[in-house]
Design a protein around this ligand. Structure first.
Ligand code: CTP
Length: 372
């Protein structure tokens, strides 16, 4: 692996190029976390992570942009149109219970590095260009190794299991042997569903989520099946929710999905994908009955599980079939208003779908009037 020394001037230059100036009056400030790591690895850094020995909210506010404050954690985020800065007050953390959110106390930048997830995420570059690495951080970055700081790291914060899996895949890093052992023994049991759901969203946004999930196989109620997901994604339309399609296709426990605090539409897609199947009778009218209210993501998963052609036909063609006539045409033909109209129109649509109507409007009208 190429050497990945941290060049503070490059870190500072890239921060200056992509973000508003950093306010030096806020207290001792350093760039830290993913930004430093990614610059050192020659990768495009995403958001700017700052740590300040002082008031995180004040520093975040000085950037302008939209401000979000998390008082309890001493963190704040400023967002501009093309940038995002995450600011954390330098702190040490105590975990009142495994998996619980941490209690934080102000501390120095040096001490703050020790409470982080992995050594490679614990290198600070101060605005004066000083590099402050946590123990092992520089050698681990150079060797491409993920290492936690202490034995309780995963039990304090089980999200680190998924963070580790994401970094290992995305950065092609190895996991240090002791860290691997701790991870193997750790579980998500103490983590709230909402936090797990948030972390899964990040996993599902990675280029290869299945490879990430394979690294925690057995710890979540997911039956990993890469070819199922690949085949469903190939069937799904471009605008589909790939993340929820993947989650639902793999999930084996609906009650667990319900705990993840997904949005209502995410949840609907994931649950539908979990239970998706192709009806035994694959005539177009049966597909309509089965799928007319089903998210397309779930139709794609059903196709990947069974009859691909039926799913393809529904997605590309059948779901868009409409009648040329409407209720007004039936009223004009003397059919009384009421639920009856809807029943006749539905029967006519089903007949049209199954190819029983030859001709357009006229044939539809005749069928609808004769249908009883
Ligand atoms: N961090 C941590 N433990 C967590 C979450 C975050 O120690 N559970 C620390 C790490 O030092 C991390 C930094 O906060 O580098 C910023 O967190 P985040 O933005 O989530 O991660 P990045 O390192 O920026 O990684 P990514 O590239 O995935 O955004």
């Amino acid at each position: 692996m190429a050497s990945s020394a941290v060049d503070p001037q490059t870190v500072l230059r890239l921060a200056a190029a992509g973000y508003p100036p950093i306010d030096r009056s806020a207290g001792r400030v350093a760039i830290v976390g993913g930004f430093v790591r990614d610059v050192a690895l020659g990768r495009d850094p995403k958001e700017l992570d700052l740590v300040v020995e002082g008031d995180a909210t004040e520093l975040a506010r000085s950037f302008g942009g939209e401000l979000t404050v998390h008082d309890a954690f001493g963190t704040a985020t400023a967002r501009g149109e093309h940038w995002r800065v995450d600011v954390a007050m330098a702190r040490s953390e105590g975990y009142p219970a495994p998996g619980a959110l941490p209690e934080v106390r102000p501390a120095t930048i040096e001490a703050d590095l020790e409470r982080r997830d992995f050594t490679v995420n614990a290198i600070a570059v101060t605005l004066q260009g000083e590099v402050i690495p946590a123990q092992h951080a520089l050698e681990d970055l150079d060797a491409g190794l993920l290492r936690v700081f202490h034995e309780r790291s995963f039990s304090d914060d089980p999200t680190r299991l998924l963070r580790m899996a994401r970094y290992a895949e995305r950065l092609s890093f190895e996991v240090e042997a002791g860290t691997e052992r701790l991870a193997a023994a750790a579980s998500f049991a103490s983590l709230s569903g909402g936090r797990l759901g948030g972390e899964l969203r990040l996993v599902l946004a990675e280029p290869d989520p299945l490879a990430v999930l394979a690294r925690v196989e057995g710890k979540l109620p997911l039956a990993l099946n890469p070819s199922l997901v690949e085949s469903a994604l190939a069937l799904a339309s471009p605008g589909s929710d790939r993340a929820m399609l993947t989650l639902g296709a793999l999930a084996s426990d609906a009650a667990w999905l319900e705990t993840l605090e997904l949005t209502a539409s995410e949840r609907d897609v994931a649950l539908a994908c979990m239970s998706a199947s192709v009806p035994v009778d694959s005539r177009p009218s049966s597909l309509w009955r089965a799928w007319r209210r089903t998210p397309l993501e779930a139709v794609a998963v059903a196709g990947a599980r069974g009859d691909r052609d039926a799913a393809r036909r529904w997605i590309d063609e059948l779901r868009n079939v409409r009648l040329e006539i409407g209720g007004n045409d039936l009223i004009a033909a003397g059919i009384p208003e009421g639920p009856e109209l809807g029943v006749r129109l539905e029967r006519t649509l089903l007949a049209k779908l199954d190819g029983e109507l030859d001709g357009g409007r006229e044939a539809e009208l005749r069928y609808a009037i004769e249908a009883s």
